[in-house]
Design a protein around this ligand. Structure first.
Ligand code: GCW
Length: 754
């Protein structure tokens, strides 16, 4: 095969730029700095376990030697060129140099696959790929890739990274590097992979003044005041996201307007488009499209119209012009995300129009530029405003299910996993079962608003995996949620999953270093929702802490236990909103309509002297259960069949209700909270056993977090249990629970309330 010289020359020219691209911000360029900035792309030498960890166990015994790998990967041969080819080459060069201790040579000689690494799309190779590799490409579709070893007579195999498109090629490069870091035998690589969900997005809840909503421990990565000046961090962020398959980023908060505080609507003004173009350029190089959260009232806010009525021709034209204008400035523009008629964000209701009418108007404006509108389903009214049913859980379905089938082809409805609000234990939203004719997207929260902020270790993959596997029964038995998120046959629209991001400008990106695992896991599950949390936790731990099984295995095990542990000392059995980020506050979410002494006792958990829990049954409650198809209705309607972790989400039960364990409900609540704290102590002991086997920097950082977690878990335990003792008057059989003075508040030790 003859390499395309012009292309290759461009690739090589681009590569020569590498010398000028710093690997990390200046403050990180210290030897063996383990500040977490590199996250899971650490690229430590691959034949030692890890220079900074215990080296007494040699896990490399059965692996090819360093010399074999170095020989096989001492040269990179590139077919074709383009920004993503360069990004792939940049990463391979960086990764292989660091892992093998020598920089591979680079050329465009792809005539013969002798030893070395070969990189290019199927077209780049101009028909000369070995037939078995070309055949592997046949079924993979967009963004898929092949990473394979091809034996050859000289003894050193050729390693081929190829795809049908350049995004797939980039993903293939990251995959090869990951496999090598995880100790794969380079001579036996035979990987064909492609994403299950077409759209794998991160939603930033970041404001233009760099403050963030529910993102803990740092400011926005995007330095709006100083953009369009660029920063190395933008590229490193793009690399990290692309390495786990993220292909869409919404750069600003869905809340775009709060008088005097939030002006996120400005994001699509010319001033901010110039700034966003710099970010979009970096993202695009890594296969990531750029999206904006927009305010429905934009034509009034910064256009010169006096209406935003979606039925008005002038409004439609305004949005069409804006979309075209954005696309001209940002060719990788993907579309809009909209929070409308929700929590103070205006929407089509102001003009007596429905959600679908509002969404479709924007969809029509975006269609000519190939964009999508992603419309959020997170709407509810406050009880005092809601005529009819005051249960917040029923409201999204009531708004949206009647609109099924009325959304445009390039409109997607984005639904939070549960009907309330990212609680730790909630059922999967009934909307997923109720909208068979609408493009649906699942919204998860990677940032830990209700799941521990940046203090509590809480690896969310087991929970997310459960959500994705949930049988919605939408199309009869065997309709898992993950299938609702895949593009339907014949549709040109992509949809999938969105995660509210947890990366910010702090040195280790996530505040709690171990919370990086959630961003990694999110990407892995968005790519393949069937992946096991065990594999994800194991791989992440090895990538982040090295391949010593005693170290990485222990960390993976801690991650895998953490969600259950958190659930034990947090709100019992699926109860919602017994506190916020600022700590436990069971009486805080007040219902002023209830008489003393229960005034101020939460409207979300309905606790009183007889019992606790929210009755959402068809027979006696809010009727939310009736929004599911059978057999889900039957399962949730009875406390006997309802999954225990959601018992109080669906049922109001007396304190003496007998739990499956044979204990009373109240005693189970008390015991769980003690057990949860004991489990945190065990978690902490596990970490202490790693002393000296992990670099001090990360060891003490995580230990500090675990110490805080323990203090807070004790506080949660005592506040929740004390509250229940007071409400129920039932003493703890083991005599541990103490009465508390009202108000029941657990002020936190870590950060103040956000
Ligand atoms: O969970 C609530 C959060 C708000 C958030 C809102 C939403 C972005 O507390 O901070 O606003 O949900 O999802 O729109």
């Amino acid at each position: 095969m003859v390499g395309n010289k012009a292309h290759a020359a461009r690739a090589l020219a681009a590569l020569s730029m590498l010398a000028f691209i710093p690997a990390a911000p200046a403050e990180n360029r210290m030897p063996a700095n383990e500040n977490g900035y590199e996250a899971w792309l650490r690229y430590r030498p691959i034949t030692t376990i890890d220079t900074t960890t215990d080296t007494t166990t040699d896990t490399t015994i059965n692996r090819p030697t360093n010399q074999d790998i170095s020989k096989a990967l001492s040269s990179i041969h590139v077919a074709g060129a383009g920004p993503r080819h360069t990004a792939a080459l940049d990463e391979l060069h960086r990764g292989l140099s660091a892992m093998l201790g020598a920089s591979p040579s680079i050329d465009d000689d792809t005539r013969e696959l002798s030893g070395g690494l070969y990189l290019g799309t199927r077209t780049d190779f101009e028909g000369a790929l070995p037939s078995e590799i070309a055949a592997m490409l046949d079924d993979i579709g967009p963004e898929g890739y092949v990473v394979a070893s091809v034996p050859n007579e000289a003894g050193t195999p050729a390693i081929v990274v190829t795809a049908d498109d350049d995004t797939g090629l980039l993903y293939g490069a990251f995959r090869l590097l990951r496999e090598l870091q995880l100790g794969a035998d380079f001579a036996a690589l035979n990987i064909v992979d492609s994403p299950a969900l077409p759209l794998r997005m991160i939603n930033h809840w970041d404001n233009l003044d760099r403050s963030t909503e529910r993102v803990y421990g740092g400011f926005s990565i995007f330095d709006w005041p100083n953009l369009p000046e660029s920063q190395p961090r933008y590229r490193d962020y793009s690399r990290l996201m692309a390495s786990v398959g993220i292909n869409g980023i919404v750069v600003n908060n869905v809340n775009t307007y709060k008088e005097g505080r939030l002006e996120g609507w400005r994001i699509i003004t010319d001033e901010y488009l110039d700034k966003a173009a710099v970010l979009a350029g970096e993202f695009d190089r890594y296969g990531i499209k750029t999206y904006f959260s927009v305010n429905f009232m934009s034509p009034i806010l910064f256009g010169d119209l006096d209406t935003a009525d979606p039925a008005e021709r002038s409004v439609q034209n305004w949005w069409r012009d804006r979309a075209r204008h954005i696309k001209e400035r940002i060719p990788s523009f993907g579309g809009f995300l909209v929070k409308a008629d929700s929590e103070g964000e205006a929407g089509p209701h102001a003009y007596g129009r429905t959600h679908s009418e509002g969404a479709n108007m924007l969809a029509e404006a975006l269609a000519p530029v190939g964009g999508v509108v992603i419309w959020r389903a997170f709407v509810y009214r406050h009880p005092e405003e809601s005529r009819g049913n005051a249960d917040r859980a029923v409201q999204a379905y009531e708004h949206f299910a009647p609109l099924d089938g009325r959304f445009a082809d390039n409109a997607i409805l984005q639904i939070k996993h549960g009907p309330i609000d990212f609680q730790v234990n909630e059922p999967v939203s009934s909307l997923f079962s109720g909208m068979p004719n609408t493009n649906l997207m699942l919204e998860l929260q990677i940032t830990q608003e209700y799941t521990g902020n940046d203090i509590h270790l809480n690896f969310l993959a087991p929970f997310w995996r459960r959500v994705l596997s949930f049988d919605t029964h939408r199309d009869g038995p065997g309709s898992p949620l993950r299938d609702m998120l895949q593009a339907r046959n014949g549709s040109s629209t992509a949809w999938g999953v969105a995660g509210v991001g947890n990366f910010h400008d702090g040195l280790n990106w996530t505040g709690h270093l171990l919370a990086q695992s959630n961003a990694y896991a999110y990407g892995m599950l968005a790519w393949n929702p069937r992946q096991s949390p065990e594999t994800i936790a194991g791989d992440w731990s090895e990538l982040t802490f090295g391949r010593n099984p005693d170290v990485a295995g222990k960390i993976a095990d801690m991650l895998l236990r953490s969600y259950e542990i958190y659930s034990k000392y947090y709100f019992p059995y699926g109860l919602s909103l017994m506190g916020w980020a600022g700590g436990a506050a069971p009486d805080g979410n007040g219902d002023r309509s209830r008489p003393d002494p229960y005034r101020n006792i939460g409207r979300y958990h309905q606790t009183d002297a007889i019992g606790t829990g929210y009755d959402r049954t068809i027979a006696t409650g809010s009727g939310y259960v009736g929004q599911y198809p059978e057999p889900l209705r039957e399962t949730y309607e009875s406390p006997q069949t309802c999954p225990p972790e959601m018992l109080l989400w669906f049922h109001y039960l007396p304190y003496d209700f007998e739990m499956p364990s044979g204990k009373t409900l109240i005693q189970s609540i008390y015991d769980d909270h003690y057990e949860g704290v004991d489990m945190v102590k065990a978690l902490r002991r596990d970490w202490l056993s790693l002393e000296g086997r992990i670099d001090e920097e990360r060891y003490y950082h995580v230990l500090g977090k675990l110490n805080l977690q323990l203090s807070e878990a004790i506080l949660w335990r005592d506040v929740i249990n004390g509250f229940y003792l007071d409400m129920s008057g039932v003493p703890d059989a083991a005599g541990r629970v103490q009465a508390l003075d009202r108000p029941y508040r657990g002020l936190r030790y870590g950060h103040g309330p956000r």
